[in-house]
Design a protein around this ligand. Structure first.
Ligand code: SF4
Length: 278
């Protein structure tokens, strides 16, 4: 693993995730190494054009100074997502504690702002149980949603396609603990992977531990297509997957199944392509 410390130009940026206005990414790259990762394009935007996704992480070591500077000049407003193109709780966070320090600063800001308004919200997207380390902080936010991303209940398959993320069993346990602590949380079945994702199984395991649920199909836009095909053919030994991925009828049925399971378990469904605050 190529791990570097870098001086970043910014820590809060405009977000391109629909439900959010701003994003915070404490790292560049992600050790979880998901073979379908939508954020792989980031390698090309940084100094890692020729490196394999999952083989490098840049630690933004000036994150805290940047955030303090930002807050001197700007009031926090809107929805802020932590971890839009990285996982803020990937294994390196255990030692670096950058995400934890970011939460401490945001919490301090919330306390100061709340005299006037509390018009900002935090979302965290993760596949790592390490988020539980910060439960003392998470509990203190007025508006926070934790999204645990999970596309299979099978620990063995997850080990192949998301090698360094926490196992699905641990992620489901994480949701239980968050729920016990009254922290609003949801599951992102994202992406839905044909022949791998089992909605029936996932819903039955998740329904009593979450407040909301979201799902979206596997993305094969642009260069990601090559990596998705590689995952199916060389790691999962499933061929001709494009026939299924490109089959509109297939997805209509998958959507119907999702809707009917949401009704069966009385779960709030986040609207297609959008994650909205409940
Ligand atoms: S955890 Fe998220 S950001 Fe990290 S490799 Fe997996 S999909 Fe990409």
């Amino acid at each position: 693993m190529n791990i570097n410390k870098i001086q970043s130009k910014s820590i809060i940026n405009k977000s391109n995730i629909p439900f959010s206005d701003l994003c915070i990414n404490p790292y560049v790259g992600c050790m979880h190494s998901c073979k379908y990762c939508y954020a792989m394009y980031m390698a090309g935007y940084t100094d890692h054009s020729f490196e394999k996704w999952g083989s490098f992480v840049d630690i933004k070591e000036n994150s805290i100074d940047l955030l303090k500077d930002y807050l001197k000049k700007n009031n926090l407003k809107g929805n802020i997502v932590i971890g839009s193109v990285t996982d803020a709780y990937q294994p390196i966070e255990k030692k670096e504690k950058i995400t934890r320090q970011i939460l401490e600063i945001l919490l301090k800001e919330q306390r100061q702002l709340s005299i006037f308004n509390d018009d900002f919200k935090i979302s965290i997207i993760t596949k790592n149980e390490l988020i539980l380390r910060d439960i003392d902080l998470l509990k203190q936010f007025n508006n926070i949603n934790i999204f645990i991303s999970i596309c299979t209940d099978d620990d063995k398959i997850a080990k192949i396609i998301e090698p360094l993320a926490s196992s699905p069993t641990k992620r489901i346990k994480t949701l239980s603990i968050l729920k016990e602590n009254n922290i609003k949380c949801g599951a992102l079945i994202s992406p839905y992977l044909p022949f791998i994702t089992d909605y029936d199984k996932l819903f039955s395991l998740l329904y009593d531990k979450i407040d909301f649920i979201f799902s979206e199909p596997i993305n094969i836009d642009g260069s990601i297509k090559h990596f998705v095909l590689d995952m199916y053919e060389n790691y999962l030994h499933i061929n001709n997957i494009l026939n299924t991925i490109n089959d509109k009828k297939y997805w209509l049925n998958i959507n119907k199944q999702f809707d009917s399971l949401c009704s069966k378990y009385k779960l709030t469904k986040l609207k297609n392509k959008r994650l909205e605050y409940i």
